[in-house]
Design a protein around this ligand. Structure first.
Ligand code: BJ8
Length: 426
């Protein structure tokens, strides 16, 4: 970080000692994971910069925007529609956390057998190390899995601005009606928070910004179908993670610029891995910053990741919102159509996810799928058995892994990933 932000962090109420410790660990992890990769696209320099300033310059930008009267809305789920937040000139930031930090504190509120993603959100909050949580004017929680749903009851006691969104559990007409009612309620809450009314014009603008961001990400995803792969899975994951933090217009430009470079690489048959490297998809629970453990193991074992079937990845970003409509309600219906297609494992039944995986395997020429569940995540862990069975029947090899945020199982994971890569090679 080029500037000393300690004063700003102190004003936000962060625990400076803990926060410095976190930044040190993050910095070292980043250096070892990303900066040691060979032949990275030059465009990654922008994303390296964003990461180096993720607790610095970006937080300053949020505070400057707040000083101008704009609101910051933090969320944990891709069902929270960024289009509505942008329509009130707000800023949307992801709050999902991917590090084992403050778990001892979190376990004072949560049972030990809670998934790491939930524990991490509590740990970051209780340790006072997350400037995004402390900056947010509204934090949106959602009734998705049981773990999240019940833990927000406790989380609501720790923060003063938690807003709960109810989400459907089935892809039924009543499920869609619930989503519509909840998005309408969210619209009102945003209007009250910001003091700005959602209109056809500002909502169309919000949809356009998010569509452009998704278009850029789709372009990146398509380029990864090339053989040799022009970008590592780790770098592509990083871009998908930064999707949740960066200014959306600037992010879109930077992704498109990187895609221009990747197209050139592809035309010259340049890649980050040799052409015969096994190509894998990763599917399952979202991987929030700085959860890079499994992708690092996979790529250090010689395979390249060519797609993520995840909320930090294609499950979260696919499909655009239709922008045609003459009323806010029509546009809201278009938004609902788009979001209702998200095939999160909290839905029952959830056959679309398996179909999407088969489609991705074909599109990105993947040789196999690594299914990743966080320990104690019932939706993804239970669903993994059926996903594995149906993919294997479609002759797509699957490695089913359950892990957490600790480094303890790295040796064991490496052994299983290496054996899977051998299986694919055979
Ligand atoms: S739309 S995946 S972002 S809910 S890992 S907390 S499911 S026990 S994160 Fe998610 Fe929205 Fe669905 Fe996506 Fe629960 Fe599992 Fe933990 Fe999870």
């Amino acid at each position: 970080m080029s500037t000393d932000y300690h004063k700003m962090w102190a004003e936000l109420g962060l625990d400076l000692k803990m926060h410095d410790a976190l930044l040190n660990v993050l910095g070292e992890g980043y250096q070892q994971t990303f900066l040691t990769q060979k032949n990275r696209p030059e465009g990654m320099q922008y994303f390296d910069f964003v990461m180096s300033e993720v607790h610095g310059l970006r937080i300053k930008e949020l505070r400057d925007a707040q000083a101008e009267g704009r609101v910051v809305v933090g969320s944990f789920c891709v069902f929270v529609p960024e289009e509505l937040i942008l329509a009130v000139d707000g800023i949307s930031v992801g709050l999902c956390t991917g590090a084992e930090f403050g778990f001892d504190l979190a376990e004072k509120y949560l049972p030990r057998n809670t998934c790491s993603l939930i524990k991490s959100a509590f740990g970051f909050n209780l340790s006072k190390v997350c400037p995004y949580m402390e900056s947010a004017d509204m934090i949106v929680g959602e009734n998705t899995c049981d773990g999240k749903k019940k833990s927000y009851e406790e989380f609501g006691k720790l923060v003063k601005n938690l807003y709960m969104m109810d989400l459907p559990q089935t892809k039924s007409a009543s499920g869609k009606a619930l989503l519509k009612a909840e998005y309408q309620r969210f619209q009102k809450a945003l209007e009250e928070l910001s003091g700005k009314k959602i209109t056809v014009e500002n909502l169309k603008k919000g949809i356009e910004i998010v569509n452009n961001k998704r278009k850029a990400i789709h372009r990146l995803a398509k380029l990864r179908a090339a053989d040799p792969a022009p970008i590592s899975g780790l770098d592509a994951l990083l871009i998908n993670q930064i999707y949740f933090y960066d200014n959306p217009v600037r992010f879109t430009e930077s992704v498109n610029k990187t895609c221009d470079e990747l197209e050139e690489r592809i035309s010259k048959k340049e890649g980050v891995f040799p052409p015969d490297a096994p190509r894998l998809l990763v599917s399952g629970c979202p991987m929030a910053v700085p959860n890079w453990k499994l992708p690092t193991i996979i790529e250090q074992s010689g395979a390249v990741i060519v797609g993520e079937e995840s909320c930090v990845g294609e499950r979260g970003t696919r499909n655009e919102t239709v922008i045609e409509g003459n009323s806010v309600e029509e546009l809201l219906d278009n938004i609902i159509e788009r979001y209702f297609q998200i095939d999160c494992a909290i839905f029952t039944p959830n056959p679309d996810r398996k179909d999407h995986l088969i489609e991705m395997a074909e599109k990105y020429k993947a040789d196999g799928v690594v299914h990743y569940s966080l320990q104690f995540c019932q939706p993804y862990d239970i669903e993994s058995h059926n996903v594995e069975k149906e993919l294997e029947e479609a002759e797509i090899p699957v490695l089913n892994l359950v892990t957490d945020y600790s480094a303890e199982d790295m040796g064991q994971l490496s052994t299983r990933v290496e054996a899977f890569i051998e299986r694919i090679k055979e």
